[in-house]
Design a protein around this ligand. Structure first.
Ligand SMILES: Cc1cc2nc3c(=O)[nH]c(=O)nc-3n(C[C@H](O)[C@H](O)[C@H](O)COP(=O)(O)OP(=O)(O)OC[C@H]3O[C@@H](n4cnc5c(N)ncnc54)[C@H](O)[C@@H]3O)c2cc1C
Length: 287
């Protein structure tokens, strides 16, 4: 379905993000488990593109398999930083061959110690431009409510986001954040910079405090003080942490939708329980 149609239906657009299981032999089980997510009726799902190594080669085939086996509208992530023009062309052709017409186009993280990088696609906007030139794809770009950690300033980060839209991005999916104020400020700054594409907030129901701290230090996402304090008290009670994550994410998602966000993108961590609970809670409130 055309992405504009999805966004014009006057209800929140729901998408789920997954990553490929590390071991290729676990792919069939992963695909079987997607049935639990399918029952939650997402508008589409997205599959991340491994930051390096063999996973990259498997992502496109896996996306094709997921789409044909589950019937879910599948969006493939693609990163440009490690690829040549020919490699990207080849991947775009393969995506077309398997009927995947939507891409989350990213720069990817710069692998350390590779002096030949960045090459042909130093920024996401370069990749978006090339995908747009080839034609036949709808494209999402990444946005950063708390500003990308390498950005010179919040203003320059918004400027480069507008460059991604100028290059051809149809919608924006944000990095995870835990304070809705960051999203609303970001959406306001994007609008002031002339960005009119839908900005879907990315949320992640927390399931593990140690993992959250790792993620936060890698990506620069702030953990609100109150969340850190409360999680610290229960960090050795796994079920209590999961419940806490569900309550926080439900409150966050409700606030976002009530404040006018066009949908929610769930970073599912490949687990259905928390995502299902959060969705149940927000759907109860919105029907
Ligand atoms: C929703 C989402 C999904 C993701 N999925 C994946 C994935 O599947 N695989 C993966 O490896 N990583 C993924 N990432 C992580 C992403 O690759 C990193 O955050 C990466 O560091 C930046 O990617 P980008 O596309 O935002 O890059 P860019 O838009 O290129 O921005 C990177 C930095 O460069 C600056 N910049 C942008 N354009 C220019 C320019 N023309 N000149 C100077 N500076 C510029 C920006 O301000 C920013 O600081 C994802 C991130 C998000 C938010």
């Amino acid at each position: 379905m055309d992405i504009r149609e999805i966004f014009s239906q006057g209800r929140p657009v729901i998408s789920f993000e997954f990553f490929l299981p590390k071991a290729p032999e676990n792919l069939p089980e992963f695909i079987d488990n997607l049935e639990e997510f399918k029952a939650l009726h997402p508008d589409f799902i997205t599959l991340t593109y491994g930051a390096g190594g063999s996973e990259q080669g498997r992502t496109i085939e896996a996306a094709g398999l997921i789409k044909s086996k589950t019937g879910l509208e599948t969006v493939c992530h693609l990163t440009g930083i490690t690829h040549t023009q020919e490699e990207i062309e080849e991947r775009l052709k393969r995506l077309k061959d398997i009927g995947i017409g939507k891409i989350v186009a990213l720069r990817g993280d710069i692998p350390k110690g590779n002096p030949s990088l960045p090459g042909r696609f130093p920024h996401a906007s370069d990749l978006i431009e090339m995908i747009r030139e080839m034609g036949g794809f709808q494209i999402a770009a990444a946005g950063y409510p708390e500003t990308h950690p390498e950005a010179k300033s919040p203003e320059s980060d918004i400027f480069y986001l507008s460059e991604k839209v100028r290059a051809g991005a149809d919608w924006i999916i944000t990095q995870i954040f835990f304070d809705n104020k960051d999203y609303f400020d970001f959406a306001k700054r994007a609008k002031a910079a002339g960005i009119s594409r839908p900005i879907i907030p990315g949320i992640m129901p927390v399931t593990n405090f140690a993992q959250l701290k790792r993620f936060s230090s890698l990506c620069g996402t702030k953990i609100p003080e109150i969340m850190a304090q409360e999680l610290k008290k229960i960090e050795n009670e796994p079920e209590a942490v999961v419940q806490y994550g569900i309550q926080w994410a439900s409150r966050q998602a409700r606030g976002l939708l009530e404040g006018g966000a066009p949908g929610i993108h769930f970073f599912t961590l490949n687990r259905s329980h928390s995502t299902a609970e959060v969705l149940r809670q927000i759907r109860q409130k919105t029907v």
